[in-house]
Design a binder for this molecule. Structure first.
Ligand code: NCD
Length: 338
């Protein structure tokens, strides 16, 4: 695939009025934009903590294009679109005509011709969502549901919503540790960008050297690297544990999963070093007994399943806001008012 593009993602994801048009990466978005996504997501959760249903996207068509496996992300996008009354089509890419030699471009143009308003795209190539938004289907709202090891912006926003709702603290006042395979994780990259934009000053990253990206020292404001897990966890408000992304690792980076658990697995003893009300998060899929002990995954401090529910609210917000941007471009804004 030719991934060279004329503009950066941050240049194409907002329209001329500064509203979200595509959602490709956290980088380049302002604190105001991220806060608007969080506030809109919050407005889709009622006082009884339940997700609402409305008809904001009635008559609109959302297509899920997952070129890579997914459980939570694909299903929560579908649930979100249905809660907004959109038509949802899950395209079975593995059985589509791309397997008969049709180019990705042609497949996408055909899907666009079926009156798609939004493409939710997951792809193993970093830059795929940007490429589609910039050069293939600029008139369809493109939402990145994870591209290679580059970005996973809706996961980052659901993580931010979870932190905001569960800790009830300002991002400026939070200490957070992100532990595990940082190198291959699009979640870590997008989480760090979102935390920095929202003003978090204490982002601690913990990983063996083999699982750290090159040039990590350039990650910027508020980010500190720790080799020893016990030091990193000290007095934390939030811990995010990450799975080892074996599908993105060419040669085995670790001697064994048991070794990883010994050095970097989150167990009760280590969690006790954090603040007593520290929350534990994981984007899933989780490997119990590798990056996290089962007793913690299922324990009182775990908010892992709340993340999943918050994922629906965030995806509703991103779908509604990006459609608002698209409709505004087409002069159809009165159709929707968030
Ligand atoms: C993550 C992903 O796909 O990047 N999972 C998710 O979206 N819930 C993290 C992972 O696969 O480990």
């Amino acid at each position: 695939m030719h991934l060279a593009a004329l503009h950066t993602p941050s240049q194409i994801q907002l329209n001329k009025d500064g509203n979200l048009k595509h959602f490709i990466t956290i980088e380049g978005l302002s604190k105001e934009t991220l806060t608007k996504i969080l506030d809109t997501a919050h407005s889709f959760i009622n006082d009884q903590n339940q997700l609402v249903t409305n008809n904001l996207l009635e008559g609109r068509t959302v297509m899920n294009l997952f070129f890579e496996n997914s459980t939570r992300t694909r299903t929560t996008f579908e649930a979100a679109a249905k809660r907004l009354s959109a038509n949802v089509l899950n395209i079975d890419i593995a059985r589509s005509s791309t397997s008969k030699g049709e180019t990705l471009r042609d497949t996408l143009w055909n899907l666009e011709a079926m009156a798609a308003d939004v493409f939710v795209v997951r792809h193993s190539s970093s830059g795929a969502a940007h490429f589609i938004a910039e050069t293939v289907c600029p008139h369809v709202a493109i939402i990145n549901a994870g591209d290679g090891r580059h970005a996973h912006p809706t996961q980052a926003m659901l993580d931010m919503l979870t932190i905001r709702r569960e800790t009830k603290k300002k991002f400026e006042d939070i200490s957070i540790a992100i532990i595990g395979d940082i190198k291959h994780s699009r979640v870590a990259r997008s989480d760090i960008a979102a935390l920095q934009t929202l003003g978090c000053q204490d982002i601690r990253v913990v990983a063996p050297n083999t699982l750290l990206p090159h040039g990590f020292e350039h990650y910027g404001e508020g980010v500190r690297l720790f080799n020893k897990m016990d030091e990193a966890i000290q007095d934390c408000d939030v811990i995010i544990t990450l799975r080892i992304q074996n599908e993105r690792i060419d040669s085995p980076a670790l001697s064994s999963q048991a070794e990883f658990y010994k050095m970097y697995g989150l167990n009760q003893e280590r969690l006790a070093l954090a603040k007593p009300d520290c929350i534990v998060m994981h984007p899933g899929p989780m490997n119990r007994g590798v990056e996290i002990d089962s007793s913690i995954a299922d324990g009182d401090q775990s908010v892992i399943l709340h993340q999943v529910t918050n994922g629906i609210a965030v995806r509703m917000a991103v779908l509604a806001l990006s459609m608002q941007g698209q409709l505004q471009e087409k002069g159809l804004l009165e159709a929707i008012a968030v």
